[in-house]
Design a protein around this ligand. Sequence first.
Ligand SMILES: C/C(=C\COP(=O)(O)OP(=O)(O)O)CCC[C@H](C)CCC[C@H](C)CCCC(C)C
Ligand SMILES: O=C(O)C1=CC(=O)c2ccccc2C1=O
Length: 299
Amino acid sequence: MMTTKQILYPNTKLWMAAIKPPMYSVAIMPIWVGTAVAYAETKIFNGTVFSTFVAAAILILAWENISNDVFDSETGIDKNKHHSLVNLTDNKPLIFWIGNLCLGLGLLGILAIAFWQQDLTVIGIILLCCGLGYTYQGPPFRLGYQGLGEILCFFAFGPLAVEAAYYSQTQTWSMTSLSASVIVGIATTLVLFCSHFHQVKDDIAAGKRSPIVRLGTQKGAQLLIWFTSSIYALTLLFVLLQISPPWTLLSWVSLPFAVKLCRHVQENHNQPDKVSNCKFIAVAVHFWACLLFGLGFIL
Ligand SMILES: C/C(=C\COP(=O)(O)OP(=O)(O)O)CCC[C@H](C)CCC[C@H](C)CCCC(C)C
Ligand SMILES: O=C(O)C1=CC(=O)c2ccccc2C1=O
């Protein structure tokens, strides 16, 4: 007879895989970096705006992920994904409305920032991010199925989110924050790119032409090396051009994670079971590179 623990453990694991807690750092980092650049340039820091923005970004990303499971349940692409929220609950309408609730609460937080600033710029930018997020997965667009997700991801988490965070503190723009946003955008796109390696079979079956389906896993693994290297090369270039302060080179401390990611994918690109964890190594690269990059602006 199975013990309660034996019954619960796999379920807990499935729920954790469905909720993906580590993934939420990708929502926090653009706000962190945009705010850090704003502080470095203006010595302005509004803690209420920062914490409201972080909470709102987490809620908006929760909506993106929850509705991803809803929309993917309609195309059949998640039929083997046991940790899809729709498969776990067998209640699509409930999941759909929980997602919408997250979006509503997240946008309410951003509206509060707009109200405090008496300025609609930040809510305008974030609505644009949400629009990109919808076109990634929602009908009739489903641009992620055409392999365009990485482009949307770069702009949403890079220039748009970082500039929105910078503007929420300063109500102005800067070249430094724009260049910093390129680094955050690439690091976030790296996570999405890595998430496709283990899904090639299901993606092809559902007609999804992810970049890895288009390129093949071998070429994808090669491209990953260039892609990852560009984060560190650009960080150095911006320091040499005196766009970023030298302390931003601290982000190079994340290099061991980057090397681990590229090696792991190089060795296991065509073995779905082994390569499936690579997106979480990419999350570690993203987290440490962006955290230390932002810290470099404050020191
Ligand atoms: C949901 C996303 C990826 C999951 O893709 P996939 O379907 O392959 O995953 P599963 O295997 O788990 O089914 C991420 C998509 C990102 C999208 C291109 C852009 C999202 C924009 C956000 C709404 C912006 C939030 C910004 C925030 C910082 C305010
Ligand atoms: O579940 C995933 O694969 C991803 C979820 C997510 O929210 C995200 C956000 C930004 C870049 C990549 C990803 C994912 O890959």
